[in-house]
Structures are given as structure tokens and as C-alpha cells.
Design a protein around this ligand. Structure first.
Ligand code: ADP
Length: 417
């Protein structure tokens, strides 16, 4: 399936590689890193990254080198008859990936696989080396993240078969938040629910982990201070971080709380759900579809959950949807800053945070009372620091890299090979 990739089996010495996998329901994102990386930078030693989309339907394989060269961009046959071997769509997709890596560089040996796993339950605050018992434990968290965890674990099982000699590591989206203070971790329910695992787990933790490590390296003074990171993508959340430690986030028990998102409600009075059940006859499946798939920017605009499309539409309900998003972001940033007694830095990241200067400008104006000031030229040019020299809060735009932080943890846990 891969054309134009030349084999050089005779000349290339064998080299250990870390494969990073982020398996969702219909796509698998991947990245490949040298296991023994000479640099100490997070993301060092990257060879390749890409994704397989349309799994279970019309799979499409894409891969690029770090320099941006496209080394694969084509439909792949993953059906039982004509495609790569395997029992289910995830297995067949991973088998295709294995086949590709062997062709791309026959000198690479995938000796470790780092997985993004959304839920690590109440206890896992660090990456975990996976064996059968550990995988069974993670299956126990499926009820906590039914829309994501099963697909993550399907990726783990598929990779365990395809890369049978490799060690497998799970890196959790919840882990970064596990050290947050109890007041940020609990709901005001009777105490036993907390002990039963009904907690504010928080998500996007691998992104916050990456940003925290980036700040430590690039801006150690800010890393020691009070930071709010705004991870604004299709999924959106914000996290308060003080001296590198999570202090609270907008996402709660599930990834539907807090900020409005592409299609998710964000914060919603639980009384609304009771009303919809009692008065409108909505059942669990309908409510799930409503709050995860039909709401947020899509529900408010009636046009799209995609920020770019709303900017193009510009007025009417599209503008109102963006105004609601901005309003909620201001409320959350103000609230998180208040819990830390102030804020030294605000970091924008993810698809919208990195690419929507208009939103950053509006949030900057809304936070003027804090002494925060965004420089219009730097903001438009997407400089790393977009605040003015006089601003009392540093405002940064930092592209997140969850794959890089998974590779880092895998290397750290297993050694450089
Ligand atoms: P995910 O949560 O799926 O990883 P992303 O971080 O990729 O999401 O963010 C996707 C969002 O980023 C979409 O709403 C998209 O419209 C927005 N986005 C991406 N690029 C731009 C851009 N250049 N301008 C405005 N919005 C953008």
C-alpha cells in the first residue's frame, strides 16, 4: 500500500523505536520516535507522525516526516478479503501501520509502544507498564469513560498482538490532575460517592503535562508561578497550575463539563437533565446524544461545531455561539485565577487556542481588569509571547504535543533501550 518508500535493509543498523498510539473509535493517531534520543528536549528523536482515519468505514492512511514531507497519503484496504490481517478494524489498522513502518525504515525495531488512555481511575497518577492484569484494571474504568476507553484499549490489545515483542505503556489523560487539592477533586455529594470514585477527574492531562514541561524548560520563572492553560480545541478545557502542580480544571467526572465545545454542552445545570427526562420523556441514549453530539457550538449556531466555519459565517447565531464560548472562557479563567490568588501566565493551546487570534484578542480585552494586555501585532503574527511588555500577566501561545509527552514518559519508564 505504500508507494515511493525505498527499502535499504542491507545498510541500516537496527535501531529501537517508540511507537505512540492514540486510538479512537474511527481513527488512530500515531508517532514514531527514536528510543535512545540524544537530546533532552520533549519531542526529540521524532521520525514520523500521522493517522489512519475512517477505521471501520473507508480507512485512509497519512504520514509525514518532522520536516513535513508526506510519505503516505492514500486509501488502504482493511477489509477481511483484501487488507492487512487481523480480527477487527483496530487490529487491521495497526497491522497496516506495522507493515508501513517496516517498509518506511527496515532498520527500525519498535521495542516500546506508548498509548494514550483517557482514564486511569482515581489512583493512577503516573504512566503504567501494561500486562494482562493492568489491562483488566483499565477495563474496569470503561464505565467512567464509555465513549473513549474501549477504543483506547482496543488499540492496546491490537498493538500487543502486532508488536508482540514490545513493551506497552499507558499514559493517562486523568493522571496530571490526580494531585489536585481535594476541594478541586470533589463534588458536594454525600461523602461516600467520592470514595466510590465519583470525582472530578479532569482530562486533557497529557496536553497540560506537555505545556508544564515546556514552560519549565523555556520559561522557568513562569513555570514556578500561577498559570492557567486554555486547551481550546474540539474538546475544550482549562486548567489551573501552580508551580507545575494541577490546582483544578474545568472538566469533571466526564469530558462534558466546563467549557462549551464543538458539540458538547460544557457546564449544564443537572436540573435541566431531570426536566428533560420528566417532562420531555428523553431517555439515557437521547440525553447522551444531546449533551455530547448535538450541543455546544453546533447546537447554539445551528451551523457547525467547527470554529473556523463559525468565523466564516461571522454573524447571527454563529457569532452568538462564539460569544457564548468567549463568555464561558472568561468566567472560567477568572474563577481558576481566583482559586490561586492571582495569575502570572495564561497559555493558549490546541486548534482554536493556537489558531484563532480574534478569540485571544476578545479574551485579552475581557481580562483587562487584571492588568493583562495583548499586543495586537504579536497576537496576529502568533508570536510565542503575545502580551505587551507592560502586561501584568504573560500571555503565550504554545502548540501542544501529546504524542511527544507520551514518548517522553515511555522512554522515562522503560529506559532508552
Ligand atoms: P481536537 O480536540 O479534535 O484535537 P483540535 O485541537 O484539532 O481538536 O481543534 C479543532 C478546532 O480548532 C476546530 O474548531 C477548528 O475549527 C479550530 N481551528 C483549527 N485551525 C483553525 C484556524 N486556522 N482558525 C480558527 N480555528 C481553527
Amino acid at each position: 500500500m505504500v508507494s515511493g518508500v525505498e527499502s535499504c535493509r542491507m545498510e541500516t543498523p537496527l535501531m529501537d523505536a517508540i511507537l505512540v498510539l492514540n486510538a479512537g473509535s474511527s481513527s488512530i493517531k500515531f508517532a514514531l520516535f527514536d528510543r535512545a534520543d540524544g537530546s533532552d528536549a520533549i519531542g526529540g528523536g521524532e521520525r514520523l507522525r500521522g493517522q489512519i482515519d475512517g477505521i471501520g468505514d473507508a480507512p485512509h492512511f497519512q504520514a509525514r516526516t518532522p520536516e513535513g514531507a508526506v510519505v503516505a497519503d492514500e486509501a488502504v484496504a482493511l477489509d477481511e478479503a483484501g487488507g492487512a490481517g487481523g480480527e477487527n478494524p483496530h487490529e487491521r489498522a495497526i497491522a497496516t501501520l506495522l507493515d508501513f513502518i517496516e517498509r518506511f525504515d527496515p532498520g527500525l525495531v519498535v521495542s516500546a509502544v506508548g498509548h494514550r488512555v483517557v482514564h486511569g481511575g482515581p489512583d493512577f497518577a503516573r504512566p503504567l507498564r501494561l500486562d494482562d492484569a493492568a489491562i483488566r484494571t483499565l477495563e474496569g474504568f470503561v464505565p467512567l469513560a464509555p465513549l473513549h476507553q474501549p477504543h483506547n484499549l482496543a488499540g492496546v490489545r491490537a498493538a500487543t498482538r502486532a508488536f508482540s515483542a514490545a513493551e506497552q505503556v499507558a499514559c493517562f489523560d486523568t493522571a496530571f490532575h490526580r494531585r489536585q487539592p481535594w476541594v478541586a477533586d470533589t463534588f458536594a455529594l454525600p461523602r461516600h460517592y467520592y470514595d466510590d470514585g465519583v470525582r472530578r477527574y479532569g482530562f486533557h492531562g497529557l496536553s497540560y503535562d506537555y505545556i508544564t514541561r515546556y514552560l519549565k524548560r523555556a520559561h522557568p520563572d513562569l513555570a514556578e508561578g500561577r498559570v492557567v492553560v486554555a486547551h481550546l480545541g474540539n474538546g475544550a478545557s482549562l486548567c489551573a497550575i501552580r508551580d507545575g502542580r494541577a490546582m483544578g480544571s474545568t472538566m469533571g467526572f466526564t469530558a462534558v463539563d466546563g467549557m462549551p465545545m464543538g458539540t458538547r454542552t460544557g457546564q449544564l445545570d443537572p436540573g435541566v437533565i431531570l426536566y428533560l427526562m420528566a417532562e420531555k420523556g428523553l431517555g439515557q441514549a437521547e440525553i447522551e446524544r444531546l449533551i455530547y453530539k448535538e450541543s455546544g457550538l453546533l447546537g447554539l449556531s445551528g451551523i457547525s461545531g467547527d470554529w473556523r466555519r463559525l468565523e466564516e459565517a461571522g454573524s447571527g447565531p454563529a457569532a452568538e455561539a462564539m460569544a457564548y464560548f468567549t463568555h464561558r472562557a472568561l468566567r472560567e479563567i477568572g474563577g481558576l485565577a481566583a482559586t490561586m490568588g492571582g495569575i502570572d501566565a495564561l497559555v493558549f493551546t490546541a486548534g482554536i487556542g493556537e489558531n484563532a487570534p480574534g478569540l485571544r484578542r476578545d479574551i485579552g480585552q475581557g481580562l483587562g481588569w487584571l492588568g493583562l494586555e495583548i499586543d495586537p501585532e504579536k497576537n496576529a503574527a502568533v508570536a510565542e509571547i503575545v502580551s505587551t511588555a507592560a502586561s501584568s500577566v504573560a500571555v503565550l501561545v504554545v502548540p501542544t504535543d501529546e504524542e511527544a509527552v507520551i514518548a517522553h514518559h515511555t522512554r522515562e519508564l522503560l529506559g532508552a533501550g
